[in-house]
Design a protein around this ligand. Structure first.
Ligand code: FES
Length: 197
């Protein structure tokens, strides 16, 4: 017997419960086609919500910079370099994090030397504590002004507290431009451990 078959007077609570039951039932479309449509809409909404969460993470993971931020950046025209004479160049490019991209900012600097048909790129960031490595006035050696580390022109550490030589970056020439694969490494470590750039 349903509650509505009952002849006795209904209490206020029973009326309220009935009303709630009717309302809950009326919220579900009785037509199977409408129910299917509602199901599709709910599924689409869930998928959109999932995408909103996943896409920024995927963008971060699929970033062409890779986990350490390495990327090829154009730094100088190959024809502008004299053989054996280091030139300091700025490295400019996009600064990226998981959610933002800031275009055309200075990411660092490096010493670029032409050696025959090859190009040597050495990060100007001192491996000791990150001061800017400079070229000695005689042009024969690199030196760090902070704690007097000294490096040969090929980047080898010669003296001072730097735990390793200057960090060399891969180079290539594209359409007459020298490009470097820009990376950063942890300071104060004998091992080259890449960090984000
Ligand atoms: S930061 Fe270069 S020697 Fe210390």
């Amino acid at each position: 017997m349903s509650p509505h078959d009952d002849d006795r007077p209904h209490t206020a609570d029973e009326h309220t419960a009935d009303a709630r039951g009717d309302a809950a039932t009326s919220e579900l479309p009785s037509d199977p086609a409408r129910r299917r449509t509602l199901g599709v809409l709910v599924a689409a909404g869930s998928a959109a919500y999932a995408c909103a969460l996943v896409v920024p993470a995927a963008r971060f993971l699929e970033s062409p910079t890779g986990p350490g931020g390495a990327r090829w950046l154009r730094v100088a025209q190959a024809a502008g370099l004299e053989d054996g004479k280091p030139v300091r160049v700025q490295v400019r490019g996009e600064l990226r994090d998981a959610f933002t991209v800031t275009p055309d900012v200075t990411l660092g600097s490096l010493w670029l030397t032409k050696r025959g048909g090859e190009f040597l790129a050495l990060s100007a960031e001192c491996p000791h504590l990150g001061c800017a490595v400079d070229l000695a006035s005689n042009g024969a050696v690199f030196g760090c002004p902070c704690h007097t580390s000294r490096f040969a022109l090929d980047g080898r550490a010669e003296s001072g507290p730097s735990p390793r030589g200057m960090d060399a970056l891969a180079t290539r020439v594209v359409d007459g431009w020298i490009e470097v694969e820009f990376r950063r490494y942890r300071q104060g470590s004998a091992a080259r451990i890449e960090v984000g750039s």
